[in-house]
Write a protein that binds this ligand. Sequence first.
Ligand code: ZN
Length: 591
Amino acid sequence: MTTSYIPENLIEEIRQRTSIVEVISEHVPLKKVGANYKGLCPFHPEKTPSFTVNPQKGIFHCFGCGVGGNVFSFLMKHKQYTFPEAAELLAKRAGVRLPPRAGRVADAGTLELQEKLYALHKEAAYHFHHYLVGSPEGQAAREYLKKRGLGEAVVKSFLLGYAPPGWERLRRKFSSYSEEVLLASGLVVKREKGEGCYDRFRHRLMIPIHDDKGHVIAFGGRALGDEEPKYLNSPETLLFSKRNTLFGFHLSKEEIRREGYALLVEGYFDFISPFSQGIKNLAATLGTALTAEHLRILRPYASKVYLVFDPDAAGVRAAQRTLDLFLSSDLRAYVVSLPEGRDPDAVVREWGASRFKEYLKSAKPLVDFVIDQIVAKWDVTILDNQIACVNEVLPVLSKIPHEVERTEYLKLAANKIQISDQALLEELKKISFSRSEIPKIAPKKRRAPSREEWLVATLLWEPGLVATFKDQLDPTYLTDPVLKKVVSEVLLLEDYQPSLQSRVLDLFDQEEDRNYLSRLFMKPGSFFTNVEMMVSDCLKRLKESRIQSIKRALTRQVQEATQQKVSQEINSLLKKKSEIVSESREIFSKD
Ligand SMILES: [Zn+2]
């Protein structure tokens, strides 16, 4: 995981100078409980805290959903950073200077650019806002908003603005920023012919796009006449990625948490309009299909999501893709169908917020919606169609993770296709349930032999023991591959800094392994007074069981060889066996 341009010793320096409690506290409120800190897990919805942070070991683990790791993997998971990005951010906090990244702007430079882009976007938002509220040029935009029924309060809370016509208004206004910064913001575009650049947004209603902390990171520009495109967005920049952004979320996230569910809409005005009418637990995607990242943003705040747009419009395939996304998150999805293809903006404007809320009551689970969509395609009174329909429905049913629900849906689907549920069940059984198809959030409970777990946890808790037992510690004594790797790596270390547990987690690329190890490492240190004796005894037993398993394997091979009458092989195997038997006698005769 640390395969980055940042040398190991600097990673270590960042780790030693960083308080995991401080970093996580910026995202999750934590309370001290004994040696640990606890808070509400940001990775699954919960009411009582099971998310645990241990400052000494430098690790976190959620006993609710099983997610765990160190300060780097926390930022990677919570903010979708890469390892180098997380390390850069923490280095900056801790005042650790990093070497420049090859082929890119120096890292200090990247962070500096990021700061400048935040500042520029903020200033630009006020610049546009000023034109909307205080200049004669903003008249057309003001009229447009009036037509949409949006008043002053909305203009203020969304910081709406107006980009005046002209090719260099913004460019000249912000001449204190270098051309490099202006281009990186996407607010200006490089001229194809000749020198310099020009404003991207001209004569448009400007809608600032914020990140979840409320920084302006991009803009959407709505045409005021017949210009194309109707909506022009900022391009993807250092600050802005559509896949990772939910419009308005900085205004609505607390409301979503309070309600426990989010209404997911598409586009600016389907958010702004209901929001201005008091329906506030909204989130909007921006000109992109729903992504796993979007759901990851929502998950800490909600357990249910109502899709308030027409998933029908995008077709069956798209709806199934959306269903897959939801099945691999632990969010429940419902589809709200609005009448006659109306969007939320139109419903709220024409009929009011209370009517809009009425439609939520008739929301249908997304699974039902997808099954209905498939069944609707076929005239199931014809036998051939029934078969085709079953073939399409089965893969959907097979994805439903809970047996009980699967059975319910199976009955429902059978009824709709007009066949017996027994027949459908038989077909369903033929489909192999590939587990990998549904990446579940709940951790697979993996179990290594408890003796091996105890040994590894104890060695990391008291790294001095590693030196004491260096000659007797043989990684091959351990049967569990993950624990075996921990022991081999720890033996290679030359020094044992604090937070060794956090360091060990960096050795594992698989999230599943980090989750498992963080759970193990969370256990308190050994209570034995004579730990050395216990470790020594433990090693002896592990060695003995290793020898036993070799003996068993040899015996099996002897039997096989006997059956095949290969005498030479038998002799050499028997010799090996007698050697190992005497070795095992030796272990215990030394006592
Ligand atoms: Zn959790």
